[in-house]
Design a protein around this ligand. Structure first.
Ligand SMILES: [Zn+2]
Length: 196
C-alpha cells in the first residue's frame, strides 16, 4: 500500500470513529475541562424562570451539582423538575415554623444556608406527578431518587419522623456547624457562609 493511501485510510477511519463516538468524546472533554456533563440551556427546567432563580440563589458551591441533577433527571427519565423552595432567610424559616411546627425553626434548616432544594416533577405532558403528598414509593419508582443518591444527594423521603419527599440536600458541614459559622459572622457579603 502506498504511504499516501495509508494516510488517507488513517484519516478516514479516525474521522469515522470521531463521528460515531461524538457524544462520548464531547462528554469526556466537558468533564475533563470542568464543564457540565448533563446541563445545557435547552432543557425545560432551565427555561422555567422560577426554578432557574431558585437554583441560582442556592449556596454558590452547590449550584453546579443541582444543575447537573435537574439536567440528568430530564435527560435520563424525561421528568421536568420544578423548584418550589431553595435558599431561605432565617425570617422566612421562622414564619414556616410558625405555620407548621414540623418545619425546622430559624437557623436549623439546610435551606437557611442554601444547601437544600424542594422540588416537584412534571411528566412529558406537563402534569405534576411528584409532590409533597405523593407517596415515598412513587417518588422512588420514578427513578429520580436513585439519580439523586447516585450523585451524592440526601433525600427527605428517608426522614423517619417527617414525610418530606420534596427535599433534597447536600451537607458540606452539619446543620449545627453551618449555624455556628453563620452566627460567628463567617459569611460573605451575600449572607452565604464561608466554607473555608
Ligand atoms: Zn426542604
Amino acid at each position: 500500500m502506498k504511504s499516501s493511501t495509508k494516510i488517507i485510510l488513517f484519516i478516514s477511519i479516525s474521522s469515522l470513529l470521531i463521528l460515531i463516538f461524538q457524544k462520548q468524546i464531547k462528554s469526556i472533554l466537558k468533564e475533563k475541562l470542568g464543564g457540565y456533563k448533563w446541563f445545557d440551556e435547552s432543557l425545560k427546567w432551565y427555561r422555567d424562570e422560577k426554578t432557574k432563580t431558585i437554583i441560582y440563589n442556592l449556596h454558590p458551591s452547590i449550584i453546579y451539582d443541582f444543575k447537573e441533577f435537574l439536567s440528568r433527571v430530564e435527560k435520563e427519565i424525561g421528568l421536568q423538575i420544578i423548584a418550589t423552595s431553595g435558599y431561605r432567610t432565617w425570617a422566612e424559616q421562622a414564619n414556616l415554623h410558625k405555620q407548621n411546627k414540623q418545619n425546622a425553626s430559624a437557623g436549623n434548616s439546610d435551606h437557611n444556608y442554601g444547601f437544600a432544594l424542594d422540588i416537584n416533577a412534571l411528566d412529558k405532558s406537563g402534569k405534576n406527578i411528584l409532590m409533597k403528598a405523593t407517596s415515598k414509593q412513587k417518588w422512588q419508582e420514578s427513578g429520580l431518587v436513585d439519580i439523586a443518591k447516585n450523585m451524592g444527594f440526601k433525600w427527605g423521603g428517608d426522614f423517619q419522623s417527617y414525610h418530606d419527599p420534596v427535599h433534597f440536600y447536600k451537607q458540606p458541614l452539619s446543620t449545627s456547624e453551618m449555624k455556628a459559622k453563620y452566627l460567628a459572622g463567617n459569611k460573605n457579603i451575600n449572607g452565604y457562609i464561608n466554607l473555608t
